[in-house]
Design a protein around this ligand. Structure first.
Ligand SMILES: Nc1nc2c(ncn2[C@@H]2O[C@H](COP(=O)(O)OP(=O)(O)OP(=O)(O)O)[C@@H](O)[C@H]2O)c(=O)[nH]1
Ligand SMILES: [Mg+2]
Length: 277
């Protein structure tokens, strides 16, 4: 379903201006509903990904909470975070599974995939290797072990992401065997502000593309072969939830989104794809 080049989504790179308001009404309909009943309900959409890839910040952005002046960046999540999003006449219950706390992580994954009856979609958050490490001691250890610049950090993160994604795909595959399968899988490639360059965006797209030939693409293809391509829709989507430089051992990658309209275009593209699954 996804044909657009990532660099064609953002106004900065395209020659003909897109209809900026094309999806306006669609966006207006997304909001966070009262959490009053949320903790009781079954998960419709589960958000997964390694620690610090930006899951909580992404949800705050999609809920438009992060626009609030009093909003602060969250710390590492200690528990599953529940929210709801409404689009038109449907409301979806979304649960974000924390990356760091292994017990809570496995519990969250197990609940969404094995216990709940209403799982429709899986959002796997990735970020092209631009992941910082929450734990200071772990960070120092990595630097000591030679991961001393951002390029090396990216390589380490991408390897970790492959393993993590493989594990999640195995879980998804198992849901098909027990008749609780989700209908779609979205790979959100977050922190696009750190690789917001025409070539790098398109290189990242090729890497995460369901039909590509990267190691990541191959994991998706293997899953599709196992479950049947018609039974699980899949797309990868670039996003920026928050603009921030990435600093690692004195090496810095600057946030470079070149204007708020690019961020909006990415968000609109996200909503368009999710709404059409
Ligand atoms: N440049 C940039 N940084 C981001 C973006 N989104 C998140 N970050 C950074 O990534 C950090 C981690 O984001 P979180 O959303 O807390 O990460 P998480 O995936 O929820 O991590 P866990 O709670 O450990 O599972 C934030 O504190 C920001 O510094 C983004 O779109 N761009
Ligand atoms: Mg979190």
């Amino acid at each position: 379903m996804e044909i657009e080049k990532w660099s064609d989504i953002a106004p900065s790179f395209i020659k003909v201006p897109i209809t900026a308001y094309k999806y306006r009404t669609l966006i207006q309909k997304w909001w966070k509903k009262s959490l009053a009943y949320a903790n009781l309900g079954d998960t419709n959409i589960v958000v997964l990904g390694r620690p610090s890839v930006g899951k909580s910040v992404m949800m705050a952005y999609l809920y438009r909470e992060s626009n609030d002046l009093s909003w602060k960046l969250p710390l590492a999540s200690k528990d599953v975070e529940t929210g709801t999003l409404t689009l038109g006449d449907w409301t979806k219950l979304i649960r974000v599974v924390p990356g760091q706390d292994l017990t809570k992580r496995y519990k969250g994954i197990n609940e969404a995939f094995n216990q709940h009856q209403q799982l429709e979609g899986v959002i796997y958050v990735a970020n092209w290797g631009y992941t910082d490490v929450w734990n200071v001691t772990q960070k120092e250890q990595m630097i000591e072990n030679g991961v001393d610049n951002i390029e090396k950090l990216r390589i380490t993160n991408l390897a970790g992401e492959l393993e993590d994604f493989k594990f999640i795909c195995k879980k998804i595959q198992e849901t098909f065997a027990i008749g609780k399968a989700p209908k779609w899988l979205a790979i959100v490639v977050n922190k696009a502000d750190l690789f917001f360059d025409k070539n790098e965006l398109d290189t990242a797209q090729a890497y995460y593309h369901p039909k590509g030939d990267s190691d990541f693409s191959k994991i998706i293809q293997q899953l599709m072969e196992q479950v049947g391509e018609q039974r699980l829709k899949c797309a990868c989507i670039p996003l920026c939830s928050y603009e921030k430089d990435l600093e690692w051992n004195g090496d810095t990658v600057k946030t470079n989104l070149r204007g708020e309209e690019n961020r909006k275009a990415l968000a609109m593209n996200f909503f368009k794809i999710i709404a059409n699954f």
